[in-house]
Design a protein around this ligand. Structure first.
Ligand code: GLY
Length: 275
């Protein structure tokens, strides 16, 4: 699980790490009861969409019209299936809607009003746009915090999911990497990736798929994660972070920002956190 790449005020570090731990516990609860990697990443991401400290779901920053617009995507590596939503204003948990779009199989990405109509037709209740606005907005420099998760389940299936409110004061209708398969989220049989950072830069280097394409037998996954962030920095001059899990359950992560809260668990062992 990651809780977004970017600077973090020291006094919020414990709460952000706690949030990531709670999300990983939610995902692990699914996996330890025999659930799938897709179920696990959905459960974990919902936990942080509901946590106003993170830039996803409730607590997301507003666009230049003062509205929250949310992006999310999910990919099932075993099936090669994906679902995504962009610029939705009345969905409390966009990752649930992305999952529903994936299950429906007709489309990959739905945006705005069409996505919300699909939600209503598939039993997802629309919220009041005001419900997504944080009553205690954070300072602009603290408004990052995209969330993402990758899981490997008992059957060896990988899944990845990412959810965000995007960047503060963005142009209405702006869509970032978190809604785009291959950019913010990607999974196949061998690896799963979730990205965070400046969406425009991540899109330009197709970062999630780039990580997967860089994977080589015998090369530590951590080296590959760092290599991908090196490409992001070199080709765009911008900032971001990635998390990656392979088919053996090896975990890699890298960032070129000051912070990126991460948490993971393997085989029911202790939760590990880093910042
Ligand atoms: N990475 C989140 C965004 O730029 O929208």
């Amino acid at each position: 699980m990651h809780g977004g790449a970017g600077p973090i005020a020291e006094d919020t570090v414990p709460a952000r790490l706690l949030g990531c731990r709670e999300a990983v516990q939610a995902g692990w609860m699914v996996l330890s009861h025999g659930g799938s990697a897709v179920d696990a990443v959905e459960a974990a991401v919902v936990t942080l969409e509901d946590n106003p400290l993170f830039n996803a779901g409730v607590g997301s920053p507003t666009n230049s019209d003062g509205q929250v617009e949310l992006d999310a995507s999910i990919m099932d590596g075993a099936q090669g299936a994906a679902g995504a939503v962009a610029a939705v204003k009345r969905i409390k948990n966009p990752i649930r809607l992305a999952r529903r779009i994936m299950q429906d199989q007709r489309h990959i990405l739905l945006v705005g009003e069409g996505a919300e109509r699909f939600a209503r037709a598939h039993g997802i209740t629309l919220c009041d746009p005001q419900d997504l606005i944080n009553p205690h907005p954070r300072r602009p420099e603290q408004q990052h915090g995209t969330v993402g998760c990758v899981a490997l389940d008992h059957a060896g299936r990988l899944a990845a999911a990412t959810s965000t409110g995007g960047i503060a004061n963005k142009y209405p209708g702006r869509v970032g990497d978190a809604a785009l398969i291959g950019c913010g989220t990607y999974a196949n049989h061998d690896s799963g990736v979730s990205c965070t950072g400046i969406g425009e830069a991540i899109i330009r280097v197709v970062l999630a798929k780039t990580v997967v394409d860089l994977m080589r037998p015998g090369v530590p996954i951590q080296v590959t994660a760092k290599q991908a962030i090196g490409i992001l920095a070199e080709q765009t001059g911008d900032e971001g972070g990635v998390i990656v899990v392979n088919e053996r359950g090896d975990v890699g992560y890298a960032r070129n920002t000051t912070h990126m809260p991460v948490c993971w668990v393997r085989d029911g062992g202790d939760l590990v956190t880093d910042i």
